[in-house]
Write a protein that binds this ligand. Structure first.
Ligand SMILES: [Zn+2]
Length: 152
């Protein structure tokens, strides 16, 4: 895989709800084959015994509302079933509250996701249930914003 070029990248600063300490970033880098996603998240709750937390891009552009309701549903411009939504991603794996995850996806471009949201859920994604993988509540959120590559 080639090193990302000088094109515009994007990032979401992730924050939990008022009773959690979740924080971190999800960054998006343009690559010739697609978009490289790098999630670096801290403060994931121990209450989930699997340590696996569903991660998706949601269509809404706002983290407000009860339990981040304004983030909307999974980003799905092609009207596909879960887990074939463009915004469906592999889950986070927590090590004592810290998760570091990188993946290449060719399901969207950087331009298509700027202004949308990244959501972390309280439970694993079962990659089967509709409409969203039975992944529990939304526990953290961040709006995806443009980021010059020199800020990586
Ligand atoms: Zn989905």
């Amino acid at each position: 895989m080639q090193i990302p070029t000088g094109e515009l990248a994007a990032a979401a600063a992730i924050s939990g709800d008022s009773i959690s300490s979740i924080h971190g970033s999800v960054r998006f880098f343009p690559c010739p084959e697609g978009v490289m996603v790098l999630a670096d998240i801290f403060g994931l709750p121990e209450a989930n015994p699997t340590g696996i937390f569903a991660l998706h891009i949601h269509s809404g552009g706002d983290c407000s509302g009860t339990n981040f309701a304004d983030s909307g549903m999974h980003y799905d411009p092609a009207n596909m079933p879960h887990p074939r939504h463009a915004g469906d991603l592999p889950p986070l794996l927590s090590c004592h509250g810290h998760a570091l995850m990188g993946v290449l996806t060719c399901r969207f471009t950087i331009d298509e996701i700027i202004g949308r949201t990244v959501i972390i859920h309280s439970q694993p994604d079962d990659f089967t249930s509709q409409p969203a993988g039975n992944a529990g509540e939304k526990i953290a959120c961040g709006v995806i914003r443009p980021m010059p590559m020199n800020q990586c």
